[in-house]
Design a protein around this ligand. Structure first.
Ligand SMILES: [Fe+2]
Ligand SMILES: [Fe+2]
Length: 308
């Protein structure tokens, strides 16, 4: 029996939602906006490919897990669509970027089913280590931002941690060849990173710099590597301005040790014998689940928590 819960949450996003929802950490805010578009495209793909895999799943417990998994993902996609629709109303040409990301994931549905399932298992395996670093620093990376947008990401990321094993359970049941998943890694991440870079480029093209407060080079994969290395060198603030590492790098609140651990766990997430259930989890996930159980308004997590 699956432990996953389907939480139907409706986030109210309107034109008052700012593109840059985290002015204190705009590079992270930009990265999260790109994740919001990725979520729409990727989760639509997950729902379609998991539905295709369903008839091949013989074990009823796995079938139940798969059903709960795709229903959680469908809820995520629904609310990310609302978030991005609110931004598109402010920057209409941004729709081109959204459409291109969706088309790119739609094309993956032409690949063999085993590749589609490996894709989801590979990418989902990276989420727990990445979101752990983010949620371990939610006081800096989410709390100071627009409560509605921050709350969308908190909900999504804790549920990603909750269903961290699902995609691999489905992959094992249908494909059952862990080496295939590992061999697919390179092709999977070259696709993911291409879509992610195109979204960031779309932001630079369609959203004025003053509203973004950060740009492609701060949040691209190469840019983040550069930012996180340079930002960790000891230097006076004037130099930080000169090197463009002020405002802070996307993962600024994480220590060097946490970043090295993240890199190690990302590599581990792709090896054949990876066991997501054994991953260290962000303590915040349990705090969030408890808030939800107590009936807090998780669409405005921080103001609702403050109100008790
Ligand atoms: Fe999701
Ligand atoms: Fe997921």
């Amino acid at each position: 029996m699956t432990d996953l819960q389907i939480r139907k949450i409706d986030f109210g996003f309107d034109e008052t939602v700012p593109f840059q929802w985290l002015p204190s950490h705009p590079k992270f805010g930009l990265m999260a906006n790109a994740i919001s578009i990725m979520a729409i495209a990727f989760e639509k793909f997950i729902v379609a490919s998991t539905r295709r895999a369903m008839p091949l799943i013989k074990d009823p417990a796995v079938a139940e897990e798969a059903e709960a998994f795709l229903r959680q993902e469908a809820q995520h996609a629904k609310n990310h669509r609302k978030h991005i629709a609110a931004l598109v109303r402010q920057y209409p040409s941004l729709q081109k970027t959204v459409d291109a990301a969706i088309a790119s994931f739609d094309r993956l549905l032409e690949e063999p089913l085993e590749f589609q399932l490996a894709y989801t298992a590979d990418l989902e395996a990276t989420f727990t280590p990445i979101f752990k670093v983010m949620l371990d620093h939610q006081d800096v990376l989410f709390a100071p931002g627009d409560d509605r947008v921050a709350s969308l990401f908190l909900w999504h990321f804790v549920e990603e941690v909750e269903h961290r094993s699902s995609a691999l359970i489905i992959f094992d049941a249908v494909v059952g060849n862990r080496w295939y998943r590992t061999r697919a890694t390179r092709k999977v991440f070259s696709h993911v990173m291409k879509v992610y870079r195109e979204i960031l480029a779309g932001f630079d093209e369609h959203v004025p710099a003053a509203d973004r407060q950060a740009e492609y080079r701060h949040a691209s994969p190469d840019g983040v590597r550069r930012e996180e290395v340079v930002a960790r060198l000891p230097m006076p603030m004037s130099w930080r301005h000169r090197f463009g590492i002020f405002p802070p790098s996307p993962f600024a609140p994480a220590s060097n040790f946490e970043m090295l651990t993240l890199a190690y766990r990302l590599i581990r997430s792709q090896v054949p014998h990876h066991r997501p259930q054994k991953e260290p989890l962000p303590a915040f996930a349990d705090i969030w689940f408890e808030s939800y159980e107590r009936g807090h308004d998780v669409t405005r997590y921080y103001s609702s928590s403050k109100a008790g």
